[in-house]
Design a protein around this ligand. Structure first.
Ligand code: ZN
Length: 289
């Protein structure tokens, strides 16, 4: 689709059912806020929703930008089988959308969970090398520090192991990494802004073009029920209080600006805007810019 002068494509890696009940079991709320959304947002029988792993591909200001390059092939994390030993035609799909790896100028990960930076690299003769040979990879300072094993004050946990060594270090070694502090303006239309909480340095990308506004929000939201109830969350946040506050202020902003929200994991149609229904915030899926 076009958002102002920007051409925006979605490049899918995979989809799988995930527990909506892990976010909320309030059936009344789900009925009210999710009941009329397209079927991928809630399967009543199983209590699951269709979790999509995709990247957003942007062409604007003469740039070819990949946002959140998914999990990648041939990686074994041993945390959830659904992410292990993938063999998907993600790079072929990217090429079909008009962005073969060598054409990509910029790669931005909203955060450094493996499903947002895995394709930073690919295996080449047993070594991880940058997938996008001509790209600058943008990392936010806080998030880089959050995962850097050399940082003694980082938040260590067993979740998301080896992400720095596998998905960041090879990019740094190739001289393709740029560490920036948001707000950071990339070009006339694109700005990286902070959106912390899900991870310490989680950020988002704002696109403003020809008066249309859109936010690529990564994992600030996993499901539209969070627009009505920003305190709801999928387990696994670095800082739940900060994540909730980020969601609250984003909901306000998305409404005030009539902006599009393009999260990293929403099922089809994968994006939308916010509205009000009986003075409760609701999700309006899809829509033309
Ligand atoms: Zn994610």
């Amino acid at each position: 689709m076009k958002i102002g002068a920007a051409v925006v494509d979605r490049v899918e890696e995979q989809t799988f059912p995930a527990s909506l009940h892990a976010i909320t079991q309030d059936e009344e709320l789900l009925d009210r806020r999710v009941g009329s959304l397209p079927p991928g947002f809630w399967d009543r029988a199983s209590g699951k929703f269709q979790f999509s792993c995709h990247s957003w591909l942007l062409r604007v200001d003469g740039l070819v930008v990949v946002v959140d390059p998914c999990t990648g092939n041939g990686r074994r994390l041993g945390q959830a089988p659904v992410f292990d030993d993938l063999d998907t035609p993600y790079l072929e799909r990217l090429a079909e959308a008009g962005a073969p790896a060598e054409k990509v100028n910029l790669v931005f990960s909203t955060h450094l969970h493996h499903d947002h930076c895995g394709w930073n690299v690919r295996l080449d003769k047993g070594r991880w090398v940058p997938t996008f040979p001509n790209a600058v990879y943008l990392f936010t300072k806080e998030e880089y520090r959050r995962w850097d094993p050399a940082n003694p004050s980082r938040n260590p946990n067993t979740f998301n192991p080896n992400v720095f060594d596998q998905c960041v270090r090879p990019v740094v070694a190739a001289g393709q990494a740029r560490v920036v502090a948001p707000p950071y303006q990339i070009s006339s239309s694109l700005t990286i802004e902070p959106a912390a909480g899900h991870t310490t340095g989680h950020a988002m990308l704002r696109l403003v073009s020809e008066g249309v506004r859109a936010y690529f929000t990564g994992d600030a939201f996993h499901h539209p029920v969070q627009f009505a109830r920003p305190e709801l969350h999928l387990p696994g946040c670095d800082d739940l209080a900060v994540a909730t506050e980020t969601r609250r202020s984003l909901v306000k902003r998305l409404q005030e600006e009539s902006a599009f929200v393009l999260p990293a994991h929403f099922p089809s149609p994968h994006y939308g805007r916010l509205g009000l229904d009986d003075s409760e915030v609701c999700f309006l899926p899809g829509g033309a810019p």
